[in-house]
Ligand binder design. Sequence first.
Ligand code: FES
Length: 502
Amino acid sequence: MSTYTVTFMPDNKSIQVEEGTTLLAAQRQAGYAPEAPCGGKGKCGKCMVEILEGGTPGEHKSCTIEVKNDMTIRLSERTMKNQILEKGVSREIEIQPWLPDALKDSSEQVCIAAVDLGTTTIAAYLLDAKDGHRVAVNSCLNPQSPYGADVIIRCEYALAGGSDTLANCVRETINQLIQEMAQEAGISPEQIAGVSLVGNSCMMHLFLHWPVDTLTAAPYYPHCKDPLVAPASEYGIHIHPEGRLWALSVIESFVGADTLACIIATDLEKREKLSLMIDIGTNGELVLSKGGKLLTCSTAAGPALEGAKITYGMRGGTGAIDHVFLDENKKLGYSVIGDVEAVGICGSGLIDLVACLLELEVIDETGFMDEDYQITDKVSLTKQDIRELQLAKGAIAAGIRIMCQLWGITLNDIEEVLIAGAFGNYMNPESACAIGLLPMELSGKVTPIGNAAGEGAKLAILNEREFHRSHELATQVEFLELANRPEFQDTFVDELGFDFED
Ligand code: FES
């Protein structure tokens, strides 16, 4: 088979690829991480490149173009530094981590690590094993993103023979994060005694190399819900040779170890107030807590609130419109991360924008808008974007209502709403209520709790008891399968609109 040279501008970097390689794959081979939310199926249009030489000049979806001769292409400017949320609420615990015998009496500093493996981002923490203080923190985008923005596309990729690729790339990246943190702390990775891991159900399965077939078709259930304690080396993680990997339990279906970690970080089951915790990421997980009882469900909110499936949607990084507001003359204003020209809009900007356009009556209560709304010369909101947002917010709001019905409580009975995750941290709760993502009854009760999943992962590695307690909790949480509830469809349809009269 022939090989050809592909040159990437503006870096002027060249690589050799085999004939028939797509330009999307060529970018990955060259070490780039192009956006490809649809997994290279030609549907999302986020993988655009400009062909300068060797093909029809102009913009093309890189996943649809195969290399048949030498080519020169210009990469999109949308690859930028992302804001990754590393902090969250937590609580004091006794520091008593498990250590291998060889490290128990070490005169050198011994550390432990915690990893929050998100669909979009990975956050890692290095902690001192003696007093638990944070020695280093590191984060990056999940290297699996080019294989699909949402978990289902990635699971399909795994089922089609890509499970090794997905597991290996994420394991390598975690090693890299650990290695960099160790370097920053002036220790060797062999002085790290253990690593805890949390993530949503699909991320845990893909990392642990568990089969994902049961997560891709109804009735969705995990291959395994048990926690895992194993030599880290068996999972390709390079720390002390006897160091362990501590992977927290998956609760059920799509409610994963990350939700469990949020529960332990907030001591949710011990809270006196009737509390609702929401983790909005590429899906929405909800946990209701009352008098020691926990009820959870997962809503197929999709990644719209993280910018995917939105025409000019992007993650919350440089160039993203992150907030939109109306001034005293009802003129629309906005802020852009990094104070640069806007190139897109992230989830918090999107819900602000729709809230403002509802107030201005540009969007009506059914979600209809006469024509696409131009925010800047380059960024607009389309009618389809509003539909995507409606689907996401309808799913979350319906989930909240049905959970309340199941427990025979009203929305007014909820005393506090804890919102985890990056989107929850940056979003304006008023806008979330104005568009019905959160029912109006929850207005004024919202507290962002940051990356609570990461904090839970830390607690689980700082004290072995916390790890085991998390598993006990996982078996006690009542799980609600929304799709099986006869009232779900009607409630979801009711929540799609922006008419909140009753
Ligand atoms: S259109 Fe190419 S990755 Fe989606």
